[in-house]
Design a protein around this ligand. Structure first.
Ligand code: ATP
Ligand code: MG
Length: 414
């Protein structure tokens, strides 16, 4: 993409009430725009990152048998009454329709997915079933001061699993755990992300959160450095020491919950009378699990954990573009054409390029490239052109290298 054509710009002006680092830097670099507290627009650069995170999640969900669907954001009151959550879900946005009926903006989708799967699944032959969606959620969050970490409107991947037995649920639950680590690895968060024990409610001893350590976190976790797992604030009171090795000294840290997994067991299948016929033709209740990840929160967490004083440092798989190509200094028409042809060659080789072809100072281009944070910065000037070379620098390294036109694509693809 040519930066001269990009309608969204780098800006120095920030909304006065924006206190969170992730939102500030994403606004300055032109990834998002703030509409109101906890409500943001994704601009072209931001949407590219968000889509990449969603696609990583999608690939890994498909890998463990997930089938993608899309449920509505607007949901009728009666299903929430069936489960008793109309009155108890604090953060639910409730609204009236013109038909005098009441609705809720979807904050989570057990109330929609359980009756949905019940319409299609009747016998043990059709179980297990795994469905997921990546969708906008709405929650009337009291504190919406952490930028994309806590939106009032935000994206969520929610997977729901349906099983014959608790054992089968337990097996799949472990599989999802592994899948989540793959996702956080691909998003560059693996080293800071801990499987965290949380209390499981009435139906199981534990649920698990995936907590990424950062000062921007709103949660406190207690890490066992021997087992590389953690415990959340709530259960630390009952659970003295590591649930795995019983070690007592745990390291306290602030963290963001980027995902969580939960054995729902029969809480929702019970409410909706979702039974199946087993091999003997006997009616049995369906066992359920639910598994969430917030892509927009993941995006913010990456920014919080991967930046320096100059800007964002995107991990390769989620970067808006792999390469930021900068045309530097005054050039004659032939030289400009040459840079254009380098840009085209990179595109033809399937490399994603943001091409800073604007007529602005070199300093402004460098500052912008550091702020936006693509993994590779390529500089072409009269000087490098005269040697048939491009200057290449990785965003997370200081070292610069001159690479010849002929070997550039190979260099960038490895
Ligand atoms: P929290 O305790 O942080 O409010 P939660 O327990 O309400 O999270 P879930 O309801 O399980 O979270 O949602 C699943 C995932 O959706 C979370 O792990 C998180 O990644 C994301 N998420 C939840 N609430 C928000 C929000 N307000 N803004 C952005 N992402 C969110
Ligand atoms: Mg919440």
């Amino acid at each position: 993409m040519r930066q001269s054509k990009l309608f969204s710009k780098i800006t120095r002006e920030l909304p006065k009430d924006e206190a969170s680092f992730n939102a500030q830097i994403l606004i300055r670099a032109g990834f998002i725009d703030k509409v109101a507290a906890g409500i943001y627009t994704f601009l072209p650069l931001g949407l590219r990152v968000h889509n990449k995170i969603c696609n990583i999640i999608r690939e890994e969900m498909n890998e463990i048998g997930g089938q993608e669907i899309l449920m509505p954001g607007l949901t009728p009151k009666d299903v929430w009454e069936t489960t008793g959550r109309w009155g108890t879900f604090d953060a639910l946005f409730r609204l009236a329709g013109s038909d005098k009926k009441e609705y809720a903006l979807g904050a989570t989708h057990e109330e929609i997915v359980t009756p949905l799967v019940k319409k299609h699944v009747f016998s043990y032959k059709e179980l297990p079933a795994y469905v997921y969606q990546i969708q906008t959620k709405f929650r009337n969050e009291k504190r919406a001061k952490a930028g994309l970490i806590r939106g009032r409107e935000f994206s969520m991947k929610d997977l729901y699993s349906f099983h014959e037995t608790e054992d089968d649920l337990n097996e799949y639950y472990k599989e999802v755990q592994k899948s989540y680590f793959k996702i956080f690895n691909r998003c560059g968060l693996l080293n800071l992300t801990y499987l965290t024990f949380a209390s499981g409610g009435a139906f199981s001893k534990y649920s698990h959160e995936f907590q990424t350590v950062t000062e921007a976190g709103e949660d406190q976790i207690f890490i066992c450095d021997d087992c590389q797992i953690a415990i959340n604030q709530e259960i630390i009171e009952e659970q003295k020491g590591c649930p795995n090795c019983e070690r007592e000294e745990l390291r306290q840290a602030k963290a963001v919950e980027v995902g969580n997994i939960f054995k729902l067991r029969t809480k929702f299948s019970g409410a909706f009378n979702f039974n199946y016929k087993d091999k003997e033709g006997e009616e049995k209740i369906v066992e359920m699990g639910c598994y969430g990840i917030g892509p927009s929160r993941v995006m913010a967490t990456i920014v919080e954990t991967s930046h320096d004083g100059k800007g964002i440092i995107w991990p390769e798989e989620v970067a808006p573009f792999r390469v930021h190509l900068l045309r530097i200094g005054q050039m004659d028409e032939a030289a400009i054409k040459k840079v254009d042809s380098i840009y085209k060659e990179l595109l033809e080789a399937g490399i994603e390029v943001l091409f800073d072809d604007r007529d602005v100072s070199a300093g402004e281009k460098f500052t912008g490239a550091d702020l936006i944070g693509c993994p590779f910065r390529l500089i072409v000037s009269e000087k490098t052109l005269s040697q048939n070379k491009v200057e290449v620098k990785k965003r997370n390294e200081e070292k610069m290298e001159l690479v010849s036109f002929g070997s550039l694509i190979k260099f960038l693809k490895k």
